[in-house]
Design a protein around this ligand. Sequence first.
Ligand code: NAD
Length: 483
Amino acid sequence: MTVPQQLSNYIDGRLQAPLSGNYLEHVNPATGEVAGHLPDSGHRDIQEAVNAAKAAFPAWSNTSPEERFTVLNRIADLITQYQELLAQAETNDNGKPITLSRTIDIPRAAANFRFFATAIMHFASEAHGMEDRGINYTLRQPVGVVGCISPWNLPLYLFTWKIAPALAAGNCVIAKPSEVTPVTSYLLSLICQEAGLPPGVLNIVHGTGPTAGEAIVTHPDVKAISFTGSTRAGERIASLAAPKFKKLSLELGGKNPALIFADCDWDKMMKETLRSAFANQGEICLCTSRILIEASIYDRFRNEFIEKASQMIPGDPLDDERRQGAVVSKAHQDKILRCIDTAKQEGGRIACGGKSVQPVGRCANGYFVQPTIIEGLGPDSQTNQEEIFGPVVTLQAFHSEEEALQLANASTYGLAATIWTQDLSRAGRLAAKVEAGIIWVNCWLLRDLRTPFGGVKNSGVGREGGWEALRFFTEPRNVCISF
Ligand code: NAD
């Protein structure tokens, strides 16, 4: 398996060129060089994909869970078999450190398929007995042809997080990866061919959001949309899909707080807060971006955090030892630097970082940003309100549990929060009140794929993961039988 200069769509089991003949460039962000080209697909390509999916649906939706398990598990095995190639491709496309691609992104993509392959074997529906009058039982049928649209930050990881449950539940899928990071989803096409997934069951169409993405969202035969990406695009998708009464799952942006109390396990908190702030260059929707610190430990935290963050030097992501790679694109680097400028204009102090980095050698023209720590801004500042999605965090002090809660909830987002305290009563109280879909106590990104995953407020609608995902990708139908 190799990565060609020109990628293809995967429609009806075959690799196909875009009908328009138009292609987009994709760039290696660590070097700034054009790495290849991807189809700039439009509504005609989406129509072909929908035709293929509709033709495949009757047979696929009638396969037994065991048959779906077998082919999805084979895909998982092949992802594991090609792990090194996929990891290199992911790092070249996204700029993330190769260690992350090898240990998190690609193994998780295999785990997504394996998890939902087995989940469908255990998926059950409800029955509601009415004493001697009758019984209701609920059928859980696949929705039909569904659309899955994913972002660039965890490319194969998030793409498969949607595709796997959709296929396991018996749907046929039109999937669009981010145009910024198309390569591993192209390689997934080859893996699906090798695994023997029947033609048309999964169709992978490349292109931009406004063209290929909106063609999926608005197609009348696409019955559900599972989207992960920015709140702005989510709003647009919701406005297009709502009048057509489509099922919608929206996993959107975040501005996640960490609440750090003086009684925390210091070393664990410090290690995990550095990770939650800067892992994947801060380009994880779950990354901490607002660090709230009890006033009595503010100076100690600040000094140690700055000292450790300033040692995290971004550089060549193919270097095995490197923990900070490139940010995903020039446009994104510019956006992050603009946000740092805004912070300064608002009166923020740059306590660490704040600049781009130009490594020597292979990565001299790549897009790198220093881990950046900003102090002195209140909860209403633009910097504390808008998602930056880069290696940038702010520090704020609090004097009481109530103030910590107020600061944590002073955001239009509500995806994730971390709470650092040894006082379990306090952790329990706060976990129930911080407005977020995911709360980590004394840890960060400790994931169990069975748990509900998603946000509140502007962070989205609906939940992924476990049974939630299988429920989203099935339509409940109640059958009432009178005795
Ligand atoms: P984005 O919204 O620009 O793009 C995401 C995907 O949507 C891409 O495939 C894009 O082509 C497509 N798209 C864009 N506009 C569209 C439209 N109008 N119609 C249909 N498709 C459209 O997001 P991004 O820059 O790729 O990713 C970063 C964002 O994703 C951040 O806001 C981050 O917080 C969010 N994110 C959220 C989660 C989560 O689980 N909540 C996970 C990862 C990333």
